[in-house]
Write a protein that binds this ligand. Structure first.
Ligand SMILES: *[C@@H]1O[C@H](CO)[C@@H](O)[C@H](O)[C@H]1NC(C)=O
Ligand SMILES: *[C@@H]1O[C@H](CO)[C@@H](O)[C@H](O)[C@H]1NC(C)=O
Ligand SMILES: *[C@@H]1O[C@H](CO)[C@@H](O)[C@H](O)[C@H]1NC(C)=O
Ligand SMILES: *[C@@H]1O[C@H](CO)[C@@H](O)[C@H](O)[C@H]1NC(C)=O
Ligand SMILES: *[C@@H]1O[C@H](CO)[C@@H](O)[C@H](O)[C@H]1NC(C)=O
Length: 430
């Protein structure tokens, strides 16, 4: 019964999605990315791509490092770079930030933030976006973070709702929404005429839980995050009718036909990636009018710490990821919109070498763009190679920060998986 009802709802959603698709009043400006059905286009030509995640690029202060990174990125055939459009500090950190040359865009104090438009502020982001264009690369820019890294949503929550407030108020407190929108407006107005922007992203990895504890407003069935996506996407669309808009979510599902889970110590564990507990409803979110394409991430080693338990029989991270890719391809088909594999990573060089070819092939076969987490760069010159960025990210011997997931050119077998994929995507983009 539930199965049939759900199928019907999805059919209706798909039909509604097709007919209410946004019809721009005029053609998008030259060089802007657009979508039609399941495909991306740039200037009328299909656009398939391999992208890169490099959140650390706007943190660099030397232009030769930035140019070298883009030159290598371009050389690898990468067409889209995803990076953070947020970077916020507390006023108490200001002295240190200025002294040590940190990049920061917002300074929080007394319940509100002020913009840093100075050379250590948005000027650095301006430069990254401008330099990207010089190398034929477009940028996906995320407006804030679900996590504390680089001062995301938790600073809005702590400074506006107060210490002790739960993570869910980020999506529901009108004062926080207003503050977030004030920042979004700054970024969108700053770059809305630039063909170097590929898409705006509402938040990196929106979830009911952050690094703060969750709260009752965001549980399965409240659709709090879907409502927030809908409202924020509409807000951005009003400011900028032409650039693409996406969620930045991990692609968690809600309302599957069956309870998906696994056995652990003789107990059935319902899987939060499928039961709505994470907060997203990938199928629903993809039908929203102002969400032009969907995003999903893959981190089985983070998401299933019990993965190799003997009771989770035949459950390998490689197979799990391939299934996750196929499930998102099915959702994309129903919604008739593109989706991208926006982040993925496994630890260990051998795991990478074994698993990435399989995931990349599955994603490419279903026409998804891919953006591994994360592209690394060797031989950076900044500060002799040992500069503290923030939150313990360091350049060691001139290598960009390594969280265990960075892919450097010296890891030839892994690197080649992506350069080969880039060639396949380029050949399809005609
Ligand atoms: C903090 O904000 C409140 C309310 O806006 C204001 O009355 C107060 O003067 C501010 N304090 C400082 C130190 O800026
Ligand atoms: C910044 O301020 C928030 C909110 O008061 C606080 O929770 C956090 O610990 C502060 N972070 C730093 C690095 O001082
Ligand atoms: C695991 O694999 C074995 C061998 O291929 C098969 O017999 C068994 O049914 C599988 N178990 C599950 C739960 O799929
Ligand atoms: C490779 O993946 C397996 C399965 O998750 C894990 O147990 C192992 O530690 C990984 N290897 C490395 C070097 O991280
Ligand atoms: C590649 O370079 C990084 C950073 O210097 C280093 O940690 C790593 O061991 C190198 N890997 C290989 C396979 O040489």
């Amino acid at each position: 019964m539930r199965h049939i009802l759900l199928t019907w709802l999805l059919c209706i959603a798909a039909v509604v999605g097709v007919f209410s698709a946004r019809i721009p009043t005029a053609k998008p400006p030259k060089g802007f990315a657009t979508t039609k059905g399941p495909k991306f286009y740039v200037d009328g030509k299909p656009f398939y791509f391999v992208g890169a995640n490099s959140y650390w690029l706007p943190l660099l202060s030397r232009q030769d490092d930035i140019e070298a990174t883009f030159r290598e990125t371009k050389g690898a055939g990468i067409k889209v770079l995803r990076t953070w459009g947020f970077n916020a500090i507390n006023a108490t950190e200001l002295g240190y930030a200025l002294q040590s040359g940190l990049t920061f865009y917002q300074v929080w104090d007394n319940g509100t933030w002020t913009l840093n438009d100075a050379p250590q502020g948005l000027k650095r982001l301006d430069n990254v976006i401008e330099t990207a264009g010089k190398y034929g690369i477009k940028v996906i820019l995320a407006f804030t973070n679900n996590w504390v890294g680089y001062g995301g949503s938790e600073l809005y929550v702590n400074h506006i709702a107060g210490a002790g407030a739960t993570h869910d108020v980020f999506y529901s407190d009108p004062r926080i929404v207003e503050s977030y929108q004030r920042y979004v407006e700054v970024l969108v107005n700053r770059y809305k005429h630039s063909p170097n922007i590929f898409a705006w992203e509402l938040m990196n990895e929106a979830r009911c839980l952050g690094d703060l504890r969750g709260g009752p407003a965001c549980v399965p069935g409240t659709d709090l995050i879907s409502h927030w996506y809908k409202d924020q996407a509409a807000f951005v669309r009003k400011l900028d009718p032409y650039h693409l808009i996406t969620t930045g979510g991990e692609g968690h599902f809600y309302k599957r036909d069956e309870d998906i889970g696994y056995w652990l110590n003789g107990q059935w564990i319902s899987d939060y990636n499928y039961n709505g507990q994470a907060g997203e409803d990938f199928d629903l979110d993809l039908t929203l009018d102002d969400i032009d394409f969907g995003t999903y991430h893959i981190y089985p080693q983070y998401w299933y710490t019990d993965l190799d338990h003997p009771n989770s029989e035949n459950f390998t991270i490689g197979d799990w990821g391939a299934r996750w890719i196929r499930e998102h391809a099915e959702s994309a088909k129903k919604a008739n919109k593109p989706v991208i594999l926006e982040e993925f990573g496994v630890f260990g060089l051998q795991n990478k070498t074994e698993i990435y070819p399989k995931w990349v092939k599955t994603a490419l076969d279903t026409d998804h763009a891919i953006l591994p987490w994360q592209f690394g760069m060797l031989g950076l010159k900044q500060n002799g190679g040992n500069h503290l960025f923030k939150y313990e990210d360091r350049l060691i011997d001139g290598a960009s920060p390594n969280d265990g997931l960075a892919i450097y050119k010296n890891q030839t077998a892994v690197w080649n998986v992506f350069t080969k994929a880039a060639k396949i995507q380029a050949a399809k983009s005609r």
